[in-house]
Design a protein around this ligand. Sequence first.
Ligand code: PNS
Length: 161
Amino acid sequence: MTRAIFPGSFDPITNGHLDLIERALKMFDEVVVAVLNNAAKTPLFSIEERLDFIRKTIPSDRVVVANFEGLLVDFARECDATVIVRGLRAVSDFEYELQMAMMNRKLAPNLETVFLMPKTVYSYLSSRMVKEVARLGGDVACLIPELVHQALKAKFGTTSS
Ligand code: PNS
């Protein structure tokens, strides 16, 4: 039984994240989607909203959704996860991801990081860009789950369709 942890801010979850979770479920028995609760950041969506979006979007009983504070490696240990899953969209992601993977390896040598590539159509997608486009009235409906789309419309009142 291998449990993987898929950490992130998920502010909000996108179809790119969902694509990666589906891929991770093909490789691991269970995936813990770990949402960072970082008081230093000011997210658009509260931690409760972010958790709720993910729980309602992913019905699988092999996916556990949880929030965490502090070091990822400590939370991974608490969850008995042996693998960290991160997405790599483009070369531009690589440097930051490598740095993070190496630091996590230093802190927890037995915890492996694996990188998964999303579908090409999501290779340009990020939560940050979804929020910006939605705020400015662009259509992001096909890039995010429907309940996130509705929540963005409620926040900004502008996204089309
Ligand atoms: O979706 P993001 O914002 O790219 O996710 C970043 C995340 C949450 C994976 C990263 O910031 C993290 O692991 N934070 C927890 C604090 C920590 O463990 N820092 C050391 C890792 S180098």
